[in-house]
Design a protein around this ligand. Structure first.
Ligand SMILES: *Cc1c(COP(=O)(O)O)cnc(C)c1O
Length: 478
């Protein structure tokens, strides 16, 4: 009984804290002002021998941990990809932690396994995933992407699963991507024994999109040299600029050469549920796999990524391995441990289910459109200001831009913009990040949080211009 009373009280405390957190983002620096090692030094070196009260634990959470966090859920977090945890998904996470099921076999949680099939189908239908494809949840797009590439390797029929890739005559395997493809593809090449030098950087056009003619030529050249194409990775919404590779043209080349095509739409894939963006996944029906992250732009907290595959048996061929203690009599069910490296899996379907039902497809579309409109407006402010320029097309909700006065060299522009970035982020009011495009240093503002208002974007622009003005006063060219 005592335990229950405490739990109710403590939970109420957490509940109050969460609602305060959402109500007062201004109390937190988006990027914390801490130095490396500071948090570690503030915590005991060893775990306590005796249990401590929740009161004390929570006090340390508030005093030591929270001020040292980067606030990803803050409405003025504009770095990398802005994301957010919808309150309804937080409730789902509390329930998932309470139930603590492991979604590995159908029988280890039938409802969780079947809900995963249902919600991944819901999402797939909304974004136009072809009929008959299967959605499987992973923690991240990096792991989903790795899993797809592992299936692609198995599909080559080289017997690598049985015999390995070393100590025998196996051709050099090649993966085709671009310099804008996310780095997890190179990491997958490391883990799969392909090697990073066999990830071919296919040339891009001036809008940072893969050039189909260059892809075609690269594959022909490699085949002529006796190499074996393993997969092509096309990206819908690249990480730097959110550029969109021409999936349909790439898919034709993939089919002509019988090469696995993986489409990485981790960030932008959800936009396909908005009619204006429907076309971004055109051609995916000719691909083999597609990844979309609800934890990026669909208001689901970390972690929740969905890999769609045309033929789910390819994943099982790559990864199914059933020891006696996990053998199970059910037939015609999906045992999720057969689809990747993981055995125990979190109950991720619950939060996606809650979110899709809470907002409804129309509610989600409305917010995505709002974010895109805010990004367009921000880009128009940049365009209108002397010396400032937008550096890449911005099809979604990310804008790459910089300041460069007439007569400034590239080096001077880079040094100045890097200082602007530091100065903006030091304020704690706004957090932005950067990238490089054709060697040019670019500031990068990403919109994607549910609570981001137009006024937050205005604050960011003011902070950026104020940082530049302050630097122009003290700036000396190197
Ligand atoms: C963010 C991103 C990834 C990596 O996502 P994780 O889920 O963090 O692994 C991969 N590809 C693209 C295009 C991304 O934008």
């Amino acid at each position: 009984m005592r335990l229950t009373d405490d739990f109710i009280q403590d939970f109420a405390r957490v509940e109050r804290w969460i609602s305060e957190y959402f109500a007062h983002p201004d109390r937190y620096a988006v990027l914390p002002r801490v130095v490396p090692g500071e948090i570690e030094a503030a915590l005991p070196a060893e775990a306590p021998e005796q249990g401590e009260s929740f009161e004390r634990i929570f006090a340390d959470f508030e005093r030591t941990i929270v001020p040292g966090l980067t606030h990803w859920n803050h409405p003025r977090f504009f770095a990398y990809f802005a994301t957010s945890a919808a309150p309804v998904a937080i409730l789902a996470e509390a329930l998932a932690a309470t139930l603590d099921v492991k979604v590995m076999l159908w029988r280890t949680s039938p409802a969780a396994a079947e809900l995963e099939s249902v919600v991944t189908r819901w999402l797939g239908t909304l974004i136009g995933v072809p009929e008959g494809w299967t959605g499987i949840m992973y923690d991240t797009a990096s792991i989903g992407g790795f899993t797809a590439l592992a299936a692609a390797r198995e599909a080559l029929g080289l017997g690598i699963r049985e015999h390995g890739a070393s100590g025998r005559d196996v051709p050099v395997l090649r993966i085709y991507a671009t310099e804008h493809t996310h780095s997890h593809v190179a990491k997958a090449a490391i883990a799969l024994g392909v090697g990073v030098e066999n990830v071919v950087a296919v040339a891009c056009d001036n809008a940072f999109r893969m050039r189909p003619d260059a892809l075609h030529r690269a594959i022909d050249d490699d085949v002529a040299r006796g190499m074996r194409p393993l997969a092509i990775v096309a990206t819908v919404g690249t990480t730097s600029t959110t550029s969109i590779d021409p999936v349909a043209q790439i898919a034709e080349i993939a089919q002509r050469h019988s090469v696995w095509l993986h489409v990485d739409a981790a960030y932008a894939g959800v936009a396909a549920m908005v009619p204006e963006f429907r076309g971004i996944l055109d051609g995916v029906e000719m691909a083999d796999s597609l990844v979309v992250n609800p934890h990026k732009w669909l208001f689901v907290p970390m972690d929740c990524s969905v890999l769609y595959v045309r033929d789910e048996s390819m994943l099982r061929r790559a990864f199914s391995l059933v020891p006696e203690y996990l053998a199970t009599p059910e037939r015609g069910v999906r045992n999720y441990m057969d689809y990747g490296l993981q055995l125990g899996r979190r109950f991720r379907a619950l939060k996606l289910w809650f979110v899709l039902r809470h907002f409804g497809a129309e509610g989600v579309r409305e917010r995505l459109r709002e974010h895109v409109a805010l990004a367009n407006e921000f880009a128009s402010w940049v365009d209108a200001e002397r010396g400032w320029e937008v550096l890449a097309p911005h099809p979604f909700s990310v804008v790459c831009f910089r300041y460069k006065r007439d007569g400034m060299t590239e080096e001077e522009a880079e040094a100045l913009n890097a200082r602007v970035l530091e100065k903006v982020n030091e304020t704690g009011d706004v957090f932005i990040s950067h990238t490089k495009l054709d060697g040019k240093y670019a500031l990068r503002l990403a919109i994607g949080n549910l609570r981001t208002q137009r006024s937050d974007v205005e604050t960011a622009w003011q902070a950026i211009k104020a940082a530049l003005a302050a630097l122009n006063g003290e700036w000396r060219y190197p």
